[in-house]
Write a protein that binds this ligand. Sequence first.
Ligand code: NAD
Length: 298
Amino acid sequence: MAEIIDGKALAEDVVAKVKTETARLTETGVTPGLAVVIVGEDPASQVYVASKSRRAKECGFHSVQHSLPQETGEEELVALVEELNADPAIHGILVQLPLPKHIDEGRIIQTIDPDKDVDGFHFINVGRLGTGTLGSAFVPCTPAGAMLMLERVRGRDLSGLSAVVIGRSNIVGKPMANLLLAANATVTIAHSRTKDLPALARTADVLVAAVGRPEMIRGDWVKPGATVIDVGINRIPAPEKGEGKTRLVGDVAFAEAKENAGAITPVPGGVGPMTIAMLMANTLTSAFRTAGLEPPAF
Ligand code: NAD
């Protein structure tokens, strides 16, 4: 029976450290500042943004939220990002995605100052991560959180271990693969065109699922003793809870997989809570760097 890696508890540890370090930094006259920008009314995005702003306040940050109407023009959004780039009280800028269709998402991301890009999506930060220049990179929050969970079980050095990442998105799959590589794992990235995925998955000492398909990864895809990191968050109908009710499941069939795995992250309460915690950690790191101080390690 697998060890369950508790993302909620680990996220609280990260946030506790952010709070302590924020208090220490604030004494030197620098308060970490996070600006969160949202355009439009997408309900899921509203929930994410509200919890990011709430966490930032809880950490003792200077927390600013810009909520813009759906019809906001691209130039207007570029101007706001440039204003935040120039604002010395802001160390982290997060533009909530997706943006409305009439705005070029790529252009907005590339407008963010790479040294304030706490989401880690700017080409400069992608390049830093890709070249293993982790000392100055901002690493995307979800894979950064997933790595911290993995570290709890396997340590920092994954030499000799094989890792399979299922999913090749720019937000999760690719940065996750780069982090695993930087930690000395032997990495394979699988995706929708991969042949015989179950057989490939069974070779993994570390199996990361970032697909977005409910419970696709079955128990017999998991090598005995493997560490399974389930990034997927999928809402499915739950008629057993009542008519019209839903519940969250991961990309991994948890009940089956935990019989084979050595350790596994649950959904909910796994990678999900780590994402916002790592956003706080990245913002703190940015503030330390701006102040010319060595950021704390997470
Ligand atoms: P995405 O849709 O951008 O990418 C999905 C990837 O899965 C693609 O690379 C695709 O090739 C691959 N894929 C699709 N079908 C496949 C199949 N049948 N077999 C193998 N590979 C297949 O998604 P994403 O943004 O990377 O997100 C993946 C999952 O992680 C989603 O469930 C999302 O909700 C979740 N997610 C969670 C967090 C969090 O924990 N905070 C953050 C981001 C994403």
